[in-house]
Design a protein around this ligand. Sequence first.
Ligand code: NAP
Length: 246
Amino acid sequence: MSTEREQDTAGKQRRSKVCIVGASGKLGRYMVQHCLDRGYEVVGVCREQSVGKLADFGDRITVVPGRTDDRAAIGRAVAGCDAVLTVLVPHGVHGYSTGTAQAVLDLAPTGARLVFSCGWHVARDGEDAYSRRFLATVRIVTVLARLMRFVDVDDQVRACRRVFDSGTRWTVVRGSDLEEGESEGLPVWSRHVGAPILASNKTRRTDFALFMVEAITDDALIREAPAIVGCRTPSARAHARPAEPR
Ligand SMILES: NC(=O)c1ccc[n+]([C@@H]2O[C@H](COP(=O)([O-])OP(=O)(O)OC[C@H]3O[C@@H](n4cnc5c(N)ncnc54)[C@H](OP(=O)(O)O)[C@@H]3O)[C@@H](O)[C@H]2O)c1
């Protein structure tokens, strides 16, 4: 049996290998399915107690048990990967998101496509425009969740800053409010929150995952932080670009 590298040299096509960090959550499992649908080899990282949530995928994926900020687990999981899709979640108050992002930034192979998830509340630059209501809601949630030592929203913001400042081939996908349901297709996006096309503020979770996976092969998204919204929402339809004349 020849090794993967030998097959490469022989000119045979090697399957792209994608690591999904946070594979057992809702977004993570959708991403696993989309990657398998594309024929990618998939490695998933999830907490030990959540490994069972990936049982449906059987031996079609490799699972590395571990917290997503566990550098040893991340190092093993990302080895040889062409892309790493990371679900950034700011659980607890001990820098879970920043630890996760830093591990991926430090340990992913040079040149790998790195795609991270977060919410609209992460500002890319001074051009994002937020309503007062949105800012007030984020502040209240941030303070209350931190007081309860449950979630540290600002940790996800700090994690994304590290990604923005890295020299890697990153994309940070900023999700709107999410809902479950059948796929409607690839979400539309804007470089800045506040754009009229985003006004509906709703995306199917499966389509958020689709956007993350599509970003792997979309070089136009490198070093972009697209804010996304469902392609069939009223705001997306109202502001859709007319098709180019043939
Ligand atoms: N929910 C929304 O409306 C919304 C809106 C915009 C953007 N987003 C973004 O979408 C992404 C996915 O979020 P989601 O809300 O849809 O949730 P999700 O996909 O279900 O993911 C939740 C993640 O948190 C992990 N987790 C749960 N409890 C934990 C704990 N105590 N310690 C460490 N990790 C823990 C889960 O891992 P286990 O499987 O191990 O429990 C899972 O990987 C995030 O990046 C989020 O910022 C969400």
